[in-house]
Design a protein around this ligand. Structure first.
Ligand SMILES: O=C(O)Cc1cc(O)ccc1O
Ligand SMILES: [Fe+2]
Length: 437
């Protein structure tokens, strides 16, 4: 039984060494002439060397062999549905909704083989853009690890827990938890049966906690609830261990003769982390009107435009709804941002039917959307007593300032697009009267 132990904090400067190897971390310096236990020192940089201190992130890893010990990269031979080709389909401004994406029904499919790109924009070569993927898998990665050269992965499991071994240690991530594995970090995913989830990939920048403004010093996702693994390693020689890199949107494999999870000690502020969405401190018991969903921002990847995110990760957690004289569900709206939504479990308040766990929706830039007919009629006529937005519910949104294109897999191959989605609004009647009572 592996024990999962974590260090807590967000963006902190952490240190961890395997308990059986005291002083594996050098004292007072990063690169001694000879490291303890014959380890190699290696720096993993998450920002430019010269990034200002407030932004600068890097970690030092003390490992059995440096990462460079691998054979040349070759294109992978397995078929996969990852892409950064945003022009394979004609642009489509329609409201889109997907039924739950199918889990593999035959054969073994691991996390990397099960990655499918739904939509995205931009180019990892210019380090600007995002991609939204789903993973649909049923087997563990065996003697295979993965890293993303293009950006960071924010992983949202929906079905099945992920047991993730990283260079920094082990993370266990269950549905209603999320994890972030940043650019370059090597990891391998074990699953316990059919597993499905969503991934927000950002090329520009790393995720940060949003500023709290007048909320004050506490609230939303609190830094102390973020968890980073402690050092864990294996000294395992394996012929043909596969190191897979996503580089400029394509997958490559390099063979190695050992496990890359050989880091005995590490220190730094460039780390993988997880967060339990149940720890989110929801602020929404307002007097009247409906707050914009930005109050539910867990993490944000900022752009250079002040206050405008490359992508925000927003949740819609269980909470009390108590507003007076208010239409409580989300308002009808058109947004200069793109809104991709998924459902981990339960029901989403604006769409009680049709939007299902493991499915998704995309409301692109300026594409109008809002509550379906049934939700509008119900909420317009409901008695406004305090109402609990059901426990056992967790919808989320990846909201981006980029205009995303849907892939061929997303629009055609997956065969999950609900062609009748638009119908949910068609019965919205004209209630206009010449006299108001
Ligand atoms: O479209 C959606 O369902 C997401 C959303 C929720 C909300 O409470 C307000 C605005 C918004 O875009
Ligand atoms: Fe919206």
């Amino acid at each position: 039984m592996v024990e999962y132990k974590y260090l807590t904090g967000f963006g902190s400067h952490f240190s961890s060494e395997h308990p059986n190897y005291p002083n594996a971390l050098p004292e007072g310096q990063n690169s001694p002439q000879k490291c303890a236990y014959g380890l190699y020192a290696e720096q993993l940089s998450g920002t430019a060397f010269t990034a200002p201190r407030t932004e600068n992130s890097r970690s030092w890893l003390y490992r059995i062999r440096p990462s460079v010990v691998h054979k040349p990269f070759k294109s992978v031979t397995f078929t996969n549905q990852l892409t950064i080709n945003w022009t394979e389909q004609h642009p489509n401004p329609n409201q889109m909704r997907w039924n739950p994406f199918d889990l593999p029904t035959s054969g073994k499919v691991d996390f990397v083989e099960g990655l499918h790109t739904i939509c995205g924009a931009g180019d990892p070569k210019c380090r600007h853009g995002i991609a939204i993927h789903v993973y649909l898998c049923n087997s563990s990665m065996e003697d295979r690890a993965f890293y993303n050269s293009d950006g960071d992965f924010l992983i949202v499991p929906q079905e099945g827990s992920l047991d993730i071994t990283t260079e920094f240690g082990k993370l266990f991530v269950a549905p209603n938890e999320i994890c972030v594995i940043q650019q370059g970090m090597r990891f391998s995913v074990n699953v316990n049966g059919p597993s499905r989830g969503y991934i927000l990939e950002v090329y520009d920048n790393h995720f940060k906690l949003p500023d709290l403004g007048p909320i004050g010093a506490n609230g939303l996702a609190n830094p102390r609830d973020f968890k980073t693994p402690v050092a864990w390693f294996e000294d395992r020689d394996v012929e043909g261990f596969q190191m897979i890199s996503k580089f400029q949107g394509a997958l490559f494999v390099a063979e190695m003769n050992h496990s890359p999870f050989d880091v005995v000690a590490w220190h730094g502020n460039y780390v993988p982390y997880k967060y339990n969405l149940a720890n989110f401190m929801v602020i929404n018991s307002v007097s009247f009107d409906h707050c914009d969903p930005s109050i539910f921002t867990v993490l944000t990847c900022p752009s250079h435009r002040y206050g405008t995110a490359i992508a925000d990760f927003v949740v819609f957690p269980p909470r009390w709804s108590v507003q007076e004289n208010t239409f409580r569900p989300p308002y009808y709206h058109r947004n200069c941002m793109s809104e991709f939504m998924g459902l981990i479990f339960g029901k989403y308040e604006a769409k009680e039917g049709g939007f299902l766990p493991g499915g998704a929706s995309l409301h692109s830039m300026m594409t109008p959307h809002g509550p379906d007919h049934q939700c509008f009629e119900g909420a317009s006529n409901a008695e406004l007593s305090p109402q609990r937005i059901a426990d056992g519910t967790q919808a989320f949104m990846f909201e981006s300032s980029l205009s995303m294109a849907v892939t061929k897999w997303g629009e055609e191959t997956c065969q999950k697009l609900d062609a009748k989605y638009y119908e949910c609004w068609q019965k919205l009647e004209k209630h206009f009267t010449l006299t108001d009572k």
